[in-house]
Design a protein around this ligand. Structure first.
Ligand SMILES: [Zn+2]
Length: 339
């Protein structure tokens, strides 16, 4: 039974009730707005990344492994603090803590499903996302028939193995014989003290595949599967390789570590990095590759250019410009077409 009868309730009580209702409604509004204005740091990550495009009959998928933050001011060589300040500063890049993409590439040729580089595994706090990105793109680790490694450095090869086991159990790993010979020979560590940690990492990454007979060492300019050819580009490491992917007259060249920092090395290709085993050879290979890509207009994919790291190169006097691929929601536009 309701004891509340508006006709018999004093006006002051009605006003108090009405005011209370209004106040409660206003309170609810504040709560709703409060919920909408939750702290901006609530969502700290983006989703696992993939970006797809067709190259002739081949399906190309750029896969994000995440990023690594590097003190470029301490790592880049053959440059000056003033040059770095100018080149990085105008792009808003912090030379002391530059966040660098780690990209890998999946090529489905119709016959083979090829992963080119594997990301950094557990080496970096914001890396190691390759399997999430692969899954988001509709593939699993078991689907991969071939893994091609541009070179044996942890940010490209540490994703191969986890806790002594193969992450890609059905894949043959293709690696340049010179890189395998160099990094898997631990006696080289003493001769290259600045690169010593990479030798132990190389063993961790490749041993499970070596034990299973699943490593294939390739030589210069070998065609590894139909439509994908290795191109030697030694310098960054002794067997550093590019991969030329071609289908129906369309071409994409995957660059590995020819570029670590786009802002400085496109503008001044002579800028090197202390990770280069042979810096002068690495500089020479960068200049050859930039010049060739600019002259021929094919697509380029690069492990450390901002994700998806696919675009074209334009010559601009003695320097170069990067033209990122035009975003396509379907990935079906003719991205492999020469401009
Ligand atoms: Zn790298």
């Amino acid at each position: 039974m309701c004891l509340f009868n508006p006709a018999k309730t004093p006006i002051s009580v009605l006003l108090a009730l009405l005011l209370g209702a209004v106040t409660a409604q206003a309170g609810a509004q504040v709560v709703r707005e409060g919920a909408r204005l939750s702290p901006v740091t609530n969502q700290q990550r983006t989703v696992p990344g993939f970006y797809r495009l067709m190259l002739g009959k081949f399906e190309i998928t750029a896969l994000s492994d995440g990023t690594v933050t590097l003190p470029l001011d301490k790592l880049l060589t053959n440059t000056t603090p003033a040059q770095l300040k100018k080149l990085l500063g105008r792009a808003g890049v912090d030379p002391q803590a530059a966040e660098i993409s780690i990209n890998a590439y999946l090529v489905h040729t119709g016959e083979r499903i090829v992963l080119i580089d594997t990301g950094a595994g557990s080496l970096f706090p914001n890396g190691g996302r390759i399997l999430q990105s692969l899954s988001a793109a509709g593939y699993s680790a078991e689907d991969i028939t071939d893994v091609m490694i541009t070179h044996i450095h942890g940010d490209h090869s540490a994703g191969l193995s986890r806790e002594g086991k193969r992450v890609f159990p059905n894949a043959t790993v293709h690696v340049d014989g010179r890189d395998a010979d160099f990094w898997l020979d631990s006696s080289n560590a003493a001769k290259h003290p600045n690169h010593a940690s990479f030798f132990a990492q190389a063993k961790l990454d490749l041993s499970p595949y070596l034990a299973s007979g699943k490593v294939r060492r390739f030589g210069a300019s070998d065609e590894l599967v139909a439509g994908i050819r290795a191109l030697p580009a030694p310098g960054h490491t002794p067997g550093h390789s590019l991969f030329a992917v071609e289908s129906e007259g369309k071409k994409l060249v995957l660059w590995g570590d020819l570029i670590h920092d786009m802002e400085s090395q496109f503008n001044a290709p002579g800028v090197a990095i202390s990770f280069d085993v042979n810096q002068s050879a690495a500089i020479a290979q960068r200049k050859i590759a930039l010049n060739d890509a600019a002259a021929k207009g094919y697509l380029v994919g690069a492990a450390h250019i901002s994700f998806p790291g696919i675009g074209r190169v334009l010559a601009d006097g003695s320097s170069y410009r990067w033209l990122p691929v035009t975003y396509s929601e379907t990935g079906l536009t003719s991205q492999g077409k020469r401009r």
